[in-house]
Design a protein around this ligand. Structure first.
Ligand code: CIR
Length: 258
């Protein structure tokens, strides 16, 4: 098992107004989003994860994407500084939650002019973390994060994100040197030392997967990625993400895992 705890936040009715910079596929249905979220939580539980479910925050349409305002590891946590104004104050609501799991001196903060969102943070082993330099995460944010991570013996490598929202919208790490890659990260020199599992054309959304250690969770409806994961020896679990996909959200965005 790669993690045994997860924190999630139930979507509020305002989820229909979540930021949609990329998908352009209409507004999500609140009822369907809640049902999909519930199924996601149940699947995590079934795979042995202890899930903390937070109350909806109606004033923040994107607050179910709890991965962005914080980054968590076994021994420290970072409250980030989300770039978009409608998301910035989510940090104030995640801090008290982190206080339940971490000591005061294990919690750090990214501050202006630094911006950083958890969707850009991809740990690949115990001491290496890739961080996307994206529309949401700037160099000042990466520099602050790298200093914090260094205190815990971790090295940060910055990777440009040009065509997608966050780094993990384009690649996710499955463990054992296996990297699922799509679009701009296929054959990218940044990741040349990994065994690249290349997402077939038209299935880029499904690059955002979660390896729980007891199986890989992937979004429903992408047979090419399902086959790719199965061929590589992973037990695969699909869950419907249709409503979150409409506001650029993937599987990893919906939880903090540690
Ligand atoms: C946003 O644009 O901020 C949300 N609509 C989607 C956030 C997705 N988060 C993630 O990939 N970690």
């Amino acid at each position: 098992m790669l993690f045994d705890k997860a924190i999630v936040r139930t979507p509020g009715k305002s989820v229909v107004d979540g930021i949609d910079d990329y998908a352009d596929a209409g507004k999500p249905s609140y009822e369907k989003a809640v049902a999909e979220h519930h199924a996601y939580v149940e699947l995590l539980k079934k795979l042995g994860i202890a899930v903390t479910v937070l109350e909806p925050l109606e004033q923040f349409p994107d607050s179910c994407f709890v991965e962005d305002p914080a980054v968590v590891f076994d021994d420290f946590a970072v409250v980030t500084n989300p770039a978009r104004s409608t998301r910035q104050k989510e940090r104030e609501f995640i801090r008290p939650v982190l206080d339940q799991f971490f000591e005061h001196d294990q919690i750090f903060e990214i501050t202006a002019p630094g911006t950083l969102e958890g969707g850009d943070v991809m740990p690949v082993d115990d001491d290496l973390i890739y961080v996307g330099l994206s529309a949401r995460t700037n160099q000042a944010g990466i520099d602050q994060f790298a200093k914090i991570a260094a205190r815990f013996g971790k090295t940060v490598k910055a990777v440009p994100v040009e065509q997608v929202l966050h780094l993990k919208t384009g690649t996710t790490y499955l463990g054992d040197n296996k990297l699922l890659v799509a679009g701009e990260y296929i054959d990218s020199p940044c990741f040349k030392d990994f065994d690249q599992l290349k997402v077939p054309a038209g299935e880029d959304y499904a690059v955002n997967c979660i390896n729980t250690g007891n199986g890989v969770i992937m979004p429903a409806g992408f047979p090419g990625v399902h086959q790719l994961l199965a061929e590589n020896g992973f037990k695969v679990y699909e869950t419907d993400m249709s409503e979150f996909a409409k506001i650029d959200g993937g599987l990893t965005c919906l939880s903090l895992r540690f």
